[in-house]
Design a binder for this molecule. Structure first.
Ligand SMILES: [Fe+2]
Length: 377
């Protein structure tokens, strides 16, 4: 009897959609992944950026980690290392570590009596009201929502950004839909499933820029803040979730844990896909601090840096560019963390239980930027 071969099927979107990524993968046993299986997944991931595997309820945290680890066998520690221990980090309340598989985190909402060695935990789905400078009025909160924070999963200080993240939906409450509002004066909004994870393509973000802007993003580097998630812990986000409003609320560097200069990251604005060579604008907009231009100029006016980055990224999160995954229990979504931006969306009631497992590992090397012009010719 022959085993059916792995099927990779691109997701289908309406004709006027700008979404050109995403595929579903079937006929695969992630619990017993062979080298050949992995090669197929790797090719599919770098081609389609977001892969959806249905009916994966059964996979163990160890198998989830193994799938992620295969992308970077030399990497072993969770993408944020131990920085989540810092109580002041904005990420601290959102993640609980599985004791027997510390690269896998439990995230979600509501009370959970027991799960994978964690007992009596209470999860809290991030709500935009805790992070945005303005908020949707409480009376509209059931029907309307926002992108919480567009980001790359990355510590951006010391540790290299993970190549992939694997998200498993264990428990999904649901059914409702909400309208995600940008609230930025454009009137942009998007109908989304409750608690969706939204994805946009960094490659599209690059491809829709003018030639002049493409040249700028190819040649400019971003300097990230040291201890960025503590640094931004008092600051507030724009209403579209794409970066911080400049109100001077970032913590002074003296108030951060000790800063090791060699851990500060200055990364290209564009990252190169290791399989296709395509460029993606990959910038974590909330954590940016300075721009290093090709001619050696450093722009360190934070408000100006943020305006430049927002102008370049905003077209890429327009409603028709956003893939909002409609989670079903058992969905495993594997995404190319160096090729997409993603955001949590939506609001749950306090006791509405949503349980997810998230896994990524800090990479063994930094992402590659554009090739020098001579080498690319
Ligand atoms: Fe994330």
């Amino acid at each position: 009897m022959t085993t059916p071969s792995i099927a990779v099927t691109p997701l289908v979107f309406p004709e006027d959609s700008g979404i050109n990524f995403g595929a579903s993968v079937s006929n695969i046993d992630i619990e017993k992944l062979t080298d050949a299986d992995f090669d197929t997944i790797r090719d599919a991931l770098f081609t389609h950026q977001v892969l959806v595997f249905k009916n994966q309820h059964h996979i163990s945290p160890a198998a989830q980690y193994e799938l992620v680890r295969r992308f970077d066998p030399a990497a072993t520690s969770y993408g944020h290392g131990k920085t989540l221990d810092a109580k002041r980090s904005v990420l601290h309340p959102d993640l609980k570590t599985i004791p027997h598989q510390p690269q896998v985190q439990v995230i979600g909402n509501g009370p959970v009596a027991e799960y994978e060695g964690l007992r009596d935990i209470r999860l809290k789905h991030p709500h935009h009201q805790t992070f945005h400078a303005t908020r949707i009025p409480p009376e509209d909160d059931l029907d309307f929502t926002r992108f919480y924070r567009w980001h790359i999963d990355a510590a951006l200080y010391g540790l290299a950004p993970p190549i992939v993240t694997a998200l498993l939906a264990v428990k999904v409450p649901g059914g409702r839909r909400q309208t995600c509002r940008y609230d930025d004066g454009t009137g942009d909004e998007l109908d989304v499933p409750l608690g969706t994870t939204a994805f946009v393509s960094g490659e599209t973000m690059y491809n829709i820029l003018s030639d002049e802007d493409k040249e700028f993003v190819r040649s400019t580097k971003i300097e990230y803040a040291p201890h960025p998630y503590i640094w931004m812990s008092q600051a507030k986000s724009r209403s579209d979730g794409l970066g911080i409003v400049s109100q001077g609320l970032e913590l002074p560097l003296d108030d951060l844990p000790p800063i090791e200069e060699d851990k500060i990251q200055i990364l290209p604005m564009c990252w190169r896909n290791p399989a296709t060579g395509n460029l993606a604008v990959q910038v974590h907009p909330s954590a940016v601090r300075k721009l290093h231009l090709a001619d050696g100029t450093v722009i360190d006016d934070l408000a100006e840096v943020r305006e430049i980055v927002h102008r370049l990224q905003r077209p890429g999160i327009a409603p028709k560019m956003v893939y909002s995954h409609d989670w079903e229990e058992g969905d495993l979504v594997l995404f190319h963390n160096r090729g997409v931006l993603h955001s949590v969306v939506g609001a749950f009631a306090e006791d509405e239980v949503r349980l997810f497992r998230q896994c990524n590992v800090a990479a063994s090397a930094l992402p590659e930027g554009p090739l020098p012009v001579t080498a690319a010719a």
